[in-house]
Write a protein that binds this ligand. Structure first.
Ligand code: 0O2
Length: 199
């Protein structure tokens, strides 16, 4: 049985609508895109069940949609740090959405080096939600980051699942060092763009 039950088409519809809104408004006046790419997904059944179990929640559609906030997930990947913050404002202004939580892991990187900007949205939908409210309210998580941050997160995510490694401490230090190097590159690239644009 699907963890989202009869709500799957509803959350897919909300996700597609959010993506379309971002795609239609993610441009500067010059036509230049504010972000490099946008990806989105419904958290798959297995991952959602694992996350519920890890949090001590029963595996049902209510908990998947009310206790968890990332059944709907979108990721906005930008070229430059400044663009990430422009996109944050774009997301904040999306119609039918309010930001209920946000974390700036760019200004305050996680101890392992992870950088990204996280926003949890409360999205209003014509469809009833899992509590029977009409209009319904559904959560969506938006992650915003640069290509460099995205590269690091993808590589670290891939390696995280390897258990029982003997040189754990060295690997953690190296991952942190790589994250810091990439963050320094982001700052340099941002500065270069400013210099070029000022000419
Ligand atoms: P998946 O498979 O990517 O969906 P919280 O710590 O709960 O107060 P936070 O940090 O916003 O608040 O939430 P959380 O649950 O730690 O992280 C949310 C998502 O951000 C994760 O989803 C990851 O996608 C990403 N993320 C957070 N920390 C890291 C990290 O250290 N490395 C990488 N690669 N990604 C991270 P899931 O459900 O964990 O995983």
């Amino acid at each position: 049985m699907d963890i989202y039950g009869s709500y799957r088409p509803v959350i897919e519809g909300i996700m597609n609508k959010l993506a379309a809104l971002i795609e239609s408004s993610g441009h500067r006046e010059s036509g230049e895109k504010l972000y490099e790419h946008l990806i989105y997904r419904i958290k798959d059944d297995e991952s959602m069940r694992e996350k519920l179990k890890a949090g001590g929640f029963a595996e049902n559609e209510y908990n998947a949609l009310r206790e968890m906030t990332d059944a709907i997930g979108l990721r906005v990947v930008c070229l430059f740090i400044d663009d990430v913050y422009e996109c944050v404002e774009l997301i904040r202004a999306l119609p039918g959405c309010s930001v209920i939580n946000e974390k700036d892991y760019i200004q305050n990187a996680k101890p392992n080096g992870y950088r990204s900007y996280h926003m949890i949205l409360d999205v209003t939908s014509e469809a009833p939600d899992v509590e029977g409210n009409v209009p319904g309210h559904f959560f969506a998580e938006v992650q915003l980051r640069t290509i460099a941050m995205d590269t690091w997160a993808a590589l670290e995510h891939e390696m995280r699942y390897k258990k029982d490694i003997s040189n754990q401490k060295m690997i953690e230090q190296e991952l942190r060092r790589c994250a810091n190097d990439l963050a320094a590159c982001d700052v340099s690239m941002q500065t270069l763009r400013k210099i070029i644009r000022a000419q």
